[in-house]
Design a protein around this ligand. Structure first.
Ligand code: SF4
Length: 53
């Protein structure tokens, strides 16, 4: 997904919701910089970014 500045979000090739849309997978959570762009652009407001530590 182009909105993620570190390119760790991708549409799943194996997981889909009940409407048939691909879910989003995170390839490497340790590279997340916590910018919240993914949460801001999510049309269904289902992404929540939480800072650990
Ligand atoms: S919060 Fe993390 S996963 Fe979401 S867009 Fe920013 S870097 Fe990517």
């Amino acid at each position: 997904m182009s909105q993620c500045p570190v390119k760790i979000l991708e549409l799943s090739k194996e997981r889909f919701n009940q409407s048939g849309y691909a879910l989003v997978d995170v390839s490497d959570i340790n590279r997340c910089i916590g910018c919240t762009f993914c949460a801001i652009i999510c049309p269904d407001s289902v992404i929540k970014v939480i800072k650990n530590g």
